[in-house]
Design a protein around this ligand. Structure first.
Ligand SMILES: [Zn+2]
Length: 277
């Protein structure tokens, strides 16, 4: 499996869709520096990604992770070894520190039969949590371009960062917005996600290019529609919980489909019960 190349989506901002898990990686190129947003799942994938970056720019690079999930952060060590500082939300660093090794173990066992090569690569990952952390907001100077990293609240995880490139009207949303498939609720906060996306929408205008964590670039109208679906799911969960409805019955009414929504409803009920904080 090889990475396709980067395509320019706005002035000096490039996106690459990696075929494994259809991850979208973003590259911002300034005068004498570059920023790589997300690093894929393994050292092998990150090496391919680094080669794709080098076909666009020879500038020194900085890395930022949109959140702690392996498909966005397990390639960090490859870029760090090549001199990149790695940025992320403080929760991204904490979760990779506390749970990165367990994720490696569980994921490589899960993939062992169906995808033995990927399983072995994941087992061999050297977890490298971000060493430059963001609590609420940070501003980077990427070769003369101002890039902001902002935490807008809990949503897909408790550590999603949004990366804004105002001079090109680009927002990198990570997995807060998904266009390649439905949102992932395994570590999500489904009662807060819509509000967090509302914050993201306030940063967009009619021409803003929004880059999701998986899938092709979208516009603010797409994000508005996803916000409406997340709001609908939130209220289905609140109503279902108040009425003591079974999880399955609530998930069956979700705009994201039953299978995708089951973990969302379970986590929403747990939050309302106070068994998850
Ligand atoms: Zn994710």
């Amino acid at each position: 499996m090889t990475a396709t190349g980067f395509a320019e989506v706005a002035a000096g901002v490039y996106a690459l869709r990696y075929p494994v898990y259809d991850v979208t990686v973003t590259l911002v190129v300034g005068d004498d520096a570059a920023l790589v947003v997300d690093t894929l799942s393994t050292a092998e994938q990150a090496t391919e990604l680094a080669e794709a970056v080098r076909r666009v720019t020879a500038h020194p690079w900085t890395v930022v992770n949109t959140h702690h999930h392996f498909d966005h952060a397990f390639g960090n060590a490859t870029f760090a070894a090549a001199g990149a500082p790695v940025w992320g939300h403080e929760g991204t660093a904490n979760r990779l520190n506390a749970g990165g090794e367990r994720t490696k173990r569980e994921l490589s066992e899960e993939l062992a039969d169906a995808q033995p090569e990927l399983a072995a690569q994941i087992a061999a990952v050297r977890v490298h949590p971000p060493e430059r952390t963001v609590h609420q907001e940070a501003t980077l100077d990427i070769g003369g371009r101002r890039v902001t990293l902002r935490f807008l609240g809990r949503g897909h995880t408790d550590n999603d960062l949004v990366v804004a490139v105002p001079d090109a009207d680009v927002l990198v949303a990570g997995d807060l917005v998904e266009s390649g498939g439905p949102p992932g609720f395994g570590d999500a906060y489904p009662l807060e996600w819509a509000d967090t996306v509302a914050g993201l929408l306030r940063m967009t205008g009619p021409g803003t290019v929004v880059l999701p964590g998986h899938g092709p670039p979208v516009d603010s109208a797409f994000v508005l529609a996803q916000h409406a679906d997340l709001t609908r799911l939130e209220w289905l969960i609140r109503e279902g919980h108040a009425n003591h409805s079974p999880v399955e019955a609530v998930a069956a009414r979700s705009p994201f489909g039953v299978e995708t929504s089951l973990p969302a409803v379970r986590r929403g009920y747990a939050l309302l019960d106070g068994t998850l904080s």
